[in-house]
Design a protein. Structure first.
Length: 66
């Protein structure tokens, strides 16, 4: 049986993973822009590389595309 401390540690680990993934997505979008990769191609690559939905990829692009 898991203890409260185990649950807190798991929660912290998940938060860290999500934070790291978000940093990766932001960096990926920035790099694609620097390489002049079009918006739609970047969206397609985001979906493939990060295993996210079309809607999530669009949301990230809308937020971080400069």
């Amino acid at each position: 049986m898991c203890t409260l401390f185990d649950e807190i540690a798991k929660e912290g680990e998940l938060k860290g993973e999500l934070k790291g993934e978000l940093k990766g997505i932001r960096a990926f979008i920035s790099l694609c822009q620097e390489l002049a990769i079009p918006y739609q191609a970047t969206q397609d690559h985001l979906m493939e590389k990060f295993s996210i939905s079309n809607n999530d990829a669009k949301k990230y692009l809308d937020q971080y595309w400069k």
